[in-house]
Write a protein that binds this ligand. Structure first.
Ligand SMILES: NC(=O)c1ccc[n+]([C@@H]2O[C@H](COP(=O)([O-])OP(=O)(O)OC[C@H]3O[C@@H](n4cnc5c(N)ncnc54)[C@H](O)[C@@H]3O)[C@@H](O)[C@H]2O)c1
Length: 266
């Protein structure tokens, strides 16, 4: 997974999976733009990467805001002169307050579409002119195993992630002639602030999980749904992303790779 002298943008890199991806890519040689709506978190991760002896840039971006996404791309080009890889990781499970709601609200649907689907497309569109000109680029979208099959508890989120997988396929076909690889990674179950919200909701609302602590809900899910019986880590996802962003994956495009301990086989 050689990423020496490669320049990568990772959105949502201030914590959780995005932080793991940024660190693994830097470890493999990349310079990384740590882009997040939370500036303090992004600053911390950018400092970690600098401490590793790699170049980093902290960028504030809300992927739902066209102007901020364009500014992100411009600042990375200004600093590094090129963008080799874009990792669209920023994502949400739902709108604020979803943990206490039995049914999804209209705001849940709107925010999921704005961040998880349009956010991915917006950031991709902002780097494509540059990548097409160079006839080189790697785009990796973070989807989810939730995008593989319907869900009784987080339907709108599943819809958004199915959208990411489909967008990955369409963009891969569109950009293939420009030697731009577009792939997705579908993480399984990771104990991040995002999954904590799912677990809190289940503990509060779902009959069979009622009364369990958030971590107990998560551990139950691992045992019930992951054949390998263990949770995934941000580093696991980072390793898959680093591979897809490297030239070792030059003939892989339009694919969605499950990193989920065998939970889904499609
Ligand atoms: N945790 C899991 O088990 C899991 C499983 C499958 C897929 N995923 C996906 O992985 C990605 C990361 O998830 P996570 O668990 O690390 O979540 P997280 O909530 O821990 O981190 C998400 C990061 O994205 C940033 N972010 C949110 N909205 C943003 C916006 N509009 N613009 C810019 N940055 C924004 C947040 O500030 C945060 O730093 C998401 O796309 C998520 O859907 C997570």
């Amino acid at each position: 997974m050689d990423l020496t002298n490669r320049v990568a943008i990772v959105t949502g890199a201030g914590r959780g999976i995005g932080r793991g991806i940024a660190i693994v890519m830097a470890r493999n040689g990349a310079s990384v733009a740590v882009a997040d709506v939370n500036q303090d978190d992004a600053r911390g991760v950018a400092a970690e990467i600098s401490d590793m002896g790699r170049e980093s840039l902290q960028v504030r971006v809300d992927v739902t805001a066209q102007g901020e996404v364009e500014a992100m791309t411009a600042s990375v080009l200004d600093r590094f002169g090129r963008i080799d890889a874009l990792v669209n990781n920023a994502g949400i499970i739902s709108a604020p307050g979803w943990e206490e709601r039995e049914r999804h609200s209209e705001e849940d649907w709107d925010m999921l579409y704005a961040v998880n689907v349009k956010g991915v497309a917006r950031a991709t569109e902002s780097v494509l002119p540059h990548m097409r000109e160079r006839r080189y680029g790697k785009i990796v979208n973070i989807a989810s195993i939730a995008g593989r099959i319907g869900s009784t508890t987080s339907g709108p989120y599943s819809v958004s992630k199915a959208g990411v997988i489909n967008y990955t396929q369409s963009t891969a076909l569109e950009q293939a002639a420009f030697s731009i690889n577009v792939n997705a990674v579908c993480p399984g179950l990771l104990w991040t602030p995002l999954w904590r919200r799912i677990a809190v909701r289940h503990g509060a609302i779902r009959g069979e999980d009622k009364g369990l602590s958030a971590r107990e809900v998560f551990d139950k899910y691992i045992q019930e749904r992951i054949p390998m019986g263990r949770e995934q880590t941000p580093e696991d996802i980072g390793n898959a992303v680093a591979f897809l962003a490297s030239d070792a994956a030059r003939n892989i495009t339009g694919q969605a790779l499950n990193v989920s301990g065998g939970s889904h086989l499609n």
